[in-house]
Ligand binder design. Structure first.
Ligand SMILES: Cc1ncc(COP(=O)(O)O)c(C=O)c1O
Length: 462
């Protein structure tokens, strides 16, 4: 972070630029506007998932190749969104295409295991150092099943999560995610709040949220829960938070979380749906050197196909092996998906791939830091592996409270518009980060920095 007092930004100028850039984007995406009129007739809101909604219309995509994507208006963009971090292999990766094509000719679904499923399990076991694996079709299914396994293993119902973390769309984890700052509750006694309508209050009451990066607060809450006779089945968390931009664990935090959960007999789940495959061969477990009882994967595992996975210790996964917990699904381990995942792991996400991602991420982070320092912006660049962001906040964000209190949501919106109008396809919203792919080049990341510089210049010029 810069040490000088950051420039006080002119809020009127931010609003003017936002208006100008919104008009430009609308102008550039007229065809998307037309497609939306058609789409909304029979797709609710014109989209397949509520995270694709956007005013006045979503941007409809046509195709992708390597680091590039094209929308239906023909706008060519470098992809830094990469399917919410799934496409770290780049679009239409030939190795994955070949594997899927070969598999298609041999039949795509039997609801019985294939050899690719075994090979993927072997690879994941080696990467994560966890011996037992199962598959799902999404990150939500992976976290849902992992929590059920923890409940089956411990015979307990309650769940502890980190306030502000997103773990998918099943009821138990749709609690205490994005809420207004004044509803968070006290740091030591955070509120359990449903994320949207349709979440039963009985489920909300089973979920307790604690702040990230504060092992003491977690320990005190677990002790309190134990004293109240409701020790939880598990703590589910991301080792590095990936939905407040990027928030890294402070030194010693994860080790303390591991110690506390182990001592109290609470299953520790690292949700690596975002960090898995993208930040190191063995994800956050490898990067930070702390091993949980269970990990969950999805997104980048399937190379663009819907694959999730749960990995665990012999002890915790015993309840799956003995049949007492049903971990099931017609499409679990689908041969087409397993062929894609195998090619992804064995041929694409190799040690060389991570060296490329690390180098490119260093380059983009350094470039953004230089821009911030040159223009004395209130913010800092932060990242790990293929992921990163500029956090527009005058102080370091370490958890949801510091994020909500300090992050400049208007600047995030403006940065997104600047990117979209200048050939950078970026994740929408103030919570997201970029994901690079192994097909990104120096030119691609330099373009990102150039666009950021252009915005910084316009924001700060007299
Ligand atoms: C950390 C984390 N866990 C779980 C999920 C849910 O994954 P999916 O959208 O594949 O269900 C997400 C999705 O963004 C996520 O970021």
């Amino acid at each position: 972070m810069t040490t000088a007092t950051p420039t006080e930004l002119d809020r009127t100028r931010i609003k003017e630029l936002t208006l100008r850039e919104t008009e430009t984007l609308n102008e550039r995406t007229q065809k998307s506007g037309e497609v939306y009129e058609e789409a909304r007739k029979h797709l609710a809101g014109g989209v397949a998932s509520s995270y694709q909604l956007r005013e006045p219309w979503p941007i409809y995509m046509e195709r992708g190749a390597g680091p590039l994507v094209w929308d239906v208006d023909g706008n060519e963009m470098y992809d830094f969104h990469n399917g919410f971090g799934s496409m770290v292999q780049g679009h239409a990766n030939p190795a994955i295409g070949r594997a899927v094509q070969e598999r298609y000719g041999m039949g795509t679904h039997f609801a019985a295991p294939t050899e690719d499923a075994i090979a993927v399990g072997d690879d994941l076991a080696a990467r994560w150092g966890l011996p037992k694996w199962r598959y799902t079709n999404s990150g939500s299914e992976a976290t849902m099943d992992a929590i059920r396994i923890a409940r089956g293993h411990t015979g307990r119902d309650d769940v502890v999560k980190i306030f502000g973390s997103y773990h998918g769309h099943h009821d138990t984890v749709m609690v205490s995610i994005g809420v207004e700052y004044d509803q968070i509750g006290d740091h030591e006694d955070m509120a359990s709040l449903p994320y949207g309508a349709g979440i039963p209050q009985a489920i909300v009451d089973q979920v307790i949220a604690v702040p990230f990066n504060d092992a003491g607060a977690m320990e005190r809450r677990l002790v309190r829960m134990r004293d109240e006779g409701r020790l939880p089945a598990c703590v589910i968390m991301e080792a590095a938070m990936m939905n407040l931009g990027v928030v890294l664990p402070e030194p010693g935090y994860l080790e303390e979380v591991r110690r506390i959960t182990e001592e109290m007999g609470v299953v520790l789940i690292f949700d690596e749906v975002k960090t898995g495959i993208t930040i190191a061969p063995g994800g956050a477990v490898e990067k930070f050197g702390v091993k949980p009882d269970l990990v969950t994967l999805a997104k980048a595992l399937g190379g663009g196909f819907p694959v999730g996975a749960i990995g665990g210790t012999e002890e915790v996964m015993a309840c799956v092996e003995d049949g007492s917990v049903y971990q099931v699904g017609t499409y679990n381990g689908n041969p087409l998906c397993m062929a894609a995942a195998r090619a992804n792991l064995e041929e694409v996400m190799t040690p060389d791939a991570y060296a490329t991602l690390d180098r490119l991420n260093d380059r983009i982070l350094e470039g953004c830091t230089e821009v911030i320092e040159k223009h004395n912006l209130p913010g800092y660049a932060v990242g790990i592996g293929s992921k990163g962001c500029v956090t527009f906040s005058p102080t370091k964000v370490i958890d949801y409270e510091t994020f909500k209190a300090n992050q400049d949501a208007e600047l995030c919106e403006l940065a997104w518009l600047f990117n979209m109008n200048r050939g950078i396809f970026m994740t929408p919203g103030r919570e997201e980060e970029w994901t690079l792919s192994v097909t990104h080049t120096d030119e691609a990341v330099d373009r990102y920095v150039e666009v950021f510089e252009e915005m910084a210049f316009e924001l700060t010029r007299p």
